[in-house]
Design a protein around this ligand. Structure first.
Ligand SMILES: Cc1cc2nc3c(=O)[nH]c(=O)nc-3n(C[C@H](O)[C@H](O)[C@H](O)COP(=O)(O)OP(=O)(O)OC[C@H]3O[C@@H](n4cnc5c(N)ncnc54)[C@H](O)[C@@H]3O)c2cc1C
Length: 753
């Protein structure tokens, strides 16, 4: 027998540094559950990797193609999407019918709205993520109920899971039926006992044999589940179901606990209870509970067949990331655009104290936020869609846009409601914001509730997945061959040490030199922002490592610290998206205020997050050292000035190319009695009459409004030669349009029983 080979002699670095450190790492690294590991493995690293690098390669971002719809996609938006929007009467849907009308359901199904992601070979539309996003966005500016109805089958509806993991038979059978609208799908994961912690669902299946639909002794599973909040559930014909599969009789092999598994169940299967509805805050899309007890289904109903048993969590994580990056970001941006267009116009039309309310500084501040947040949202929405269209699965970035766009929608809609005052509070067909306001908590809660997303997911997943070395170190720990494990660990560790040293030096140097020595190609009004963001990326990388080293595995439980690190990463991403969008649109001069406001806001949010983090880091000497390295000359960034805010507010108050670009993609109704059309009409008339009104007001300074009202003023103005009869006509038209706009709905008393 030949003796085993001697391991090669180790160099001193391996022996004295890496090997002892590997032992320490093994001890302090928290054990990851299978579900956590699968969530981490899901998706790909994209621009988030650059932001974690401390040295983002801006050229890579700037060279990405400008987001562009194909001619076919644009025709779909201008054709069927517009037609669908024209069929939607949101008041009728939300207050009277509490459902979409049957002809709208039919139109949605027949015109491929449920098949945006299904390939043409199966009869689907096979549109890009950008088109998918534009479709949801436009519909949401008309009816959130309809937008959510369209969203679900195109995100986590079983189509996505089938496309990625289905067997050939499953794809061939279900995809054409889903594309043609013959099936209404839903996906059921949430259980009353497992919401955010969905990996802990108690729903289960037991592998067994049973006679089924005339066949003897079929290998299958007996499923027991209780689900709630399932969108489209009450009307679904096809139920995607997540459950844990057990094989106590070991009919499939040696293991009993097989893990989370997904199956497709026709809802007419015996034992499926489905149909009841919840009322999601008066946004009456179909959502409700469903359940089953010992419902037998054959094993080939598992998505992807027997070989996908136990892979359900990973499958869900992969597919959820895509949908999360598209649907709610599109809906949020839609709300922003609608507010920017409609509330901007309202603030110009509505006068108080003899001035348009939009000219008061307090209202300007809210208008500026509406405009700039919408700009940020639209930039992040389209950049993320571009990444998805390039085949990326950026799970960290999807979480960023889900959280930050829904949060910005919350702020924008609140600002819009404040500007509307009482007109925002009276529900009715004239109120364009109330349903968005009511529906906000839905977007905040679904597809990963926001508090959880901010405090656990964005940085928690990013630090491991997108960091250039941490994932490699963890992989080295998981390596079974001890020699290989040490070698890989050594390489990752020393790369990591170099990385920390470089980021420390660069943070300090760029802070002392105000980022001036960072080279950015080409002239651009965004140049200084690229430089400052590079500096903040280095600071972020340094902070990430400082927190990982000082807190180790406990960082996972320090959610407030993790959330602030996530905020830094998120604002680096949002500012990147803003710069990209500004350049993609040809760097228009009229958008410079939006660019400056958005970038200054992001930088100041980053600074605030760093400050909050350093104030709360438990190791105080380390916090002081980090503060000295990142802000040696004190805080550097200020929030956007009132002057920039004023310029943005002005842009929302009058028709302009900047306003059109900002609100591009919303539905503009042709019917002049629609609220948004009424606002557009009144805005034009009010602006046209502005000069005449001013002449009249100045000329009749001592004139008192009396019972003769406007007509009396006009007469006096004409008599005294202050205005012409044409001026009077303009003023009359503006007044009539304004009166229409400021009207609110009233209703008769409900009958007393
Ligand atoms: C209208 C609607 C439609 C839905 N559609 C579907 C669907 O089609 N299919 C489906 O399967 N599910 C669906 N859901 C379920 C949705 O995904 C869950 O509501 C969501 O996961 C949150 O679960 P929960 O509501 O039980 O809240 P909980 O899990 O009870 O959370 C409550 C709060 O605690 C926070 N929280 C929880 N854990 C942590 C933590 N570790 N750190 C910090 N904060 C934490 C959350 O952020 C949240 O703010 C829908 C829900 C609604 C309301």
């Amino acid at each position: 027998m030949t003796p085993p080979l001697e391991p090669p002699p180790r160099n001193w670095r391996l022996r004295w540094i890496s090997e002892p450190l590997l032992k320490v790492f093994r001890r302090i690294t928290p054990r990851m559950s299978q579900t956590e590991r699968e969530a981490l493995d899901a998706g790909s690293v994209w621009w988030d990797g650059e932001l974690f690098s401390g040295r983002p390669k801006w050229k890579k971002l700037r060279q990405l193609p400008t987001p562009q719809l194909s001619a076919e996609e644009q025709a779909f938006l201008d054709g069927p999407v517009d037609e669908l929007c024209s069929m939607l009467n949101d008041w009728e849907i939300t207050a009277e019918r509490e459902d979409l009308p049957p002809e709208v359901w039919e139109f949605i199904k027949k015109n491929g709205f449920f098949s945006l992601i299904i390939p043409k070979s199966y009869g689907g539309l096979d549109y890009s993520a950008l088109a998918h996003s534009a479709t949801v966005m436009k519909i949401s500016t008309r009816s959130i109920t309809a937008a959510v109805t369209v969203m679900v089958p195109n995100s986590l509806g079983p189509a996505k899971l089938l496309l990625e993991y289905g067997t050939r038979e499953q794809k061939d059978y279900y995809l054409p039926r889903l594309a043609a609208g013959e099936e209404v799908p839903c996906f059921a994961l949430t259980n009353p006992h497992a919401g955010s912690d969905a990996g802990a669902i108690p729903d289960y299946g037991i592998v067994c044999r049973q006679d089924f639909q005339g066949q003897k002794d079929v290998l299958g599973m007996r499923l027991t589940w209780e689900k709630r909040y399932i969108t489209l559930g009450p009307v679904a014909t096809l139920l995607g179901l997540a459950f844990k599969l057990y094989d106590p009789e070991q009919l499939l092999g040696q293991e009993e606990d097989l893990g989370i598994t997904l199956a497709l169940i026709p809802t007419d299967t015996e034992g499926v209870n489905i149909g009841r509805r919840h009322n999601p805050l008066n946004i009456p899309f179909m959502t409700g509970p469903n359940s089953g007890e010992n419902v037998f289904v054959p094993l080939h109903w598992i998505i992807g067949g027997q070989e996908r048993i136990g892979q359900g969590w990973r499958m869900l994580m992969e597919c959820l990331a895509d949908g999360r990056g598209i649907s709610l970001p599109a809906l949020s941006t839609g709300a922003g655009k609608l507010a920017a267009r409609g509330i901007g116009a309202y603030a110009r039309i509505r006068t108080q104290f003899k001035l348009p309310i939009g000219r008061f500084e307090g209202v300007e501040e809210a208008l500026a936020r509406i405009g700039a947040y919408t700009y940020i949202m639209d930039a992040a929405r389209s950049l993320t869609a571009t990444a998805l269209d390039r085949g990326e699965k950026p799970s960290v970035i999807s979480a960023i846009v889900k959280y930050h766009l829904t949060e910005r929608m919350r702020k924008v809609v609140n600002d819009a409601m404040d500007i509307l005052g009482g007109a925002g509070i009276c529900l009715g067909p004239r109120n364009m914001m109330a349903r968005a306001y009511q529906g906000i908590p839905i977007s905040i809660t679904v597809e990963g509730a926001n508090i959880l997303t901010r405090s656990m997911i964005i940085f928690g997943q990013g630090a491991i997945r997108s960091h250039p070395y941490v994932f490699k170190e963890l992989e080295a720990l998981g390596e079974e061959d001890p020699e290989l494990s040490l070698e890989k660990f050594d390489r990752a560790l020393f790369g990591h040490i170099r990385f920390v040293m470089m980021n420390s030096l660069r943070s300090l140097f760029h802070a002392l030199t105000s980022s001036l020595f960072i080279f950015i190609q080409g002239p651009s009004p965004g140049r200084r922002y690229y430089q400052h963001l590079t500096r903040m990326s280095a600071a972020f990388a340094l902070l990430t490592d400082a927190m990982l080293i000082s807190l180790g595995g406990t960082l996972k439980r320090r959610e407030s610290l993790s959330a602030r690190l996530g905020d830094i990463l998120s604002h680096l991403y949002l500012a990147s998206a803003v710069l990209k969008r500004f350049e993609d649109q040809g760097a228009p001069k009229s958008d410079q205020a939006l660019l400056h406001w958005s970038c200054q806001h992001c930088l100041s949010e980053i600074q605030q997050a760093i400050d909050g983090l350093l104030q709360n880091v438990p190791n105080r000497p380390l916090a002081l050292l980090l503060r000295w390295m990142i802000f040696p000359l004190g805080r550097h960034f200020s929030p956007p000035s009132d002057k920039i805010g004023h310029r943005i507010a002005e842009q929302l108050l009058i028709p302009s190319s900047s306003r059109d670009r900002l609100t591009d993609g919303i539905y503009m109704p042709k019917d002049p009695d629609e609220t948004i059309a009424r606002l557009e009409d009144a805005l034009e008339k009010v602006i046209r009459a502005d000069h005449s009104e001013r002449k009249l007001r100045q000329g009749l300074q001592n004139y008192k409004m009396d019972h003769r009202g406007l007509e009396g003023m006009l007469e006096a103005g004409i008599e005294n030669g202050i205005i012409s009869t044409q001026d009077a006509e303009l003023i009359r038209a503006a007044d009539a349009a304004r009166t229409q706009v400021i009207r609110v709905d009233d209703f008769p008393q409900p009958p007393v029983n």
